[in-house]
Design a protein around this ligand. Structure first.
Ligand SMILES: Cc1cc2nc3c(=O)[nH]c(=O)nc-3n(C[C@H](O)[C@H](O)[C@H](O)COP(=O)(O)OP(=O)(O)OC[C@H]3O[C@@H](n4cnc5c(N)ncnc54)[C@H](O)[C@@H]3O)c2cc1C
Length: 240
């Protein structure tokens, strides 16, 4: 039996380890467009904040571990099309740009999610970054070294954790969301009121009830976030 696995972070790693144990006769091939597996995004804020110092602590598996279990690991390979009737996938090697097809008897789709990137003017400026994978984490850490004013857009738990990390790091932080309170999807006002007061007491500027309309920059790098209510200086912007 030939099994093709598309994507290998948490769902993919769990599926692959189980399948390799339960079906040792199966020929399992993993196609992952990134160069790592099992990255713990939940550790990004701790890594950025310096609590996790060794990046190896952000992974619990590796391509070589899975390879040793008999799995064929195709890292930096993107699946571009799936023909479920013909049981075929189209793949691009992201290093060589070579395209090829593979067949499967069983297909495991563990392609997860990607952050929403709003179509706003200035979104392509330098220092407007995402926060999802290991590359992003390293990117944020590198850029935060130079940054003085950081805007975090999106007041869910990912944003809240980063704001905390940057505040501890001594940065001037603006926390922006279109909703009227932080973490509004997770907690009631009794709790978010306390958290907002705590953030403000620590010098975090809350810019709630306002939507980002554009980013303004100079010489290709972001300088300002413009919202429906105002403008905020920022030399690093994280889209959460
Ligand atoms: C900053 C942050 C903090 C988080 N904190 C927590 C937390 O504290 N607790 C918690 O429970 N959850 C947390 N999460 C959520 C958790 O990380 C996700 O739920 C989890 O990553 C989902 O795993 P997944 O394997 O389903 O998908 P993903 O992690 O999205 O992985 C999908 C994989 O598929 C690959 N892929 C996608 N399309 C293709 C393709 N066409 N070809 C090849 N490869 C492809 C991608 O490169 C990726 O490696 C956090 C997420 C973020 C971003």
């Amino acid at each position: 039996m030939k099994i093709a696995v598309v994507g290998c972070t948490h769902a993919g790693t769990a599926a692959v380890k189980n399948m390799a144990e339960l079906y040792p006769e199966a020929k399992i091939t993993v196609y992952e467009r990134n160069d790592n597996v099992s990255f713990l995004s939940c550790g990004i804020a701790l890594y950025v904040g310096g609590v996790v110092k060794d990046a190896n602590g952000l992974f619990y598996s590796s391509p070589s571990e899975l390879q040793e279990m008999g799995v064929n690991m195709k890292m930096k390979h993107e699946v571009t099309n799936i023909d479920t009737e013909g049981k075929k996938i189209a793949v691009r090697n992201l290093e060589t740009n070579e395209e090829f097809e593979d067949t499967f008897d069983k297909l495991v789709m563990t392609t997860g999610s990607w952050p929403i990137i709003p179509n706003l003017e200035g979104i392509d400026l330098n220092n407007v970054v995402l926060c999802k994978n290991y590359q992003h984490a390293n990117h944020i850490i590198e850029k935060a070294k130079q940054a003085k004013k950081i805007a975090v857009i999106g007041a869910g738990y990912i944003g809240a954790e980063l704001v905390e990390a940057f505040e501890v790091y001594g940065k001037e932080v603006t926390f922006i969301d279109s909703a009227d309170r932080i973490l509004n999807k997770y907690l009631d006002p009794e709790f978010t009121n306390l958290m907002e007061t705590e953030f403000e007491n620590r010098g975090v500027k809350l810019a709630l009830n306002q939507a980002v309309t554009k980013f303004v920059g100079r010489e290709g790098s972001v300088e300002k976030v413009v919202t429906t209510e105002g403008e905020y200086e920022a030399d690093l912007v994280i889209l959460c």
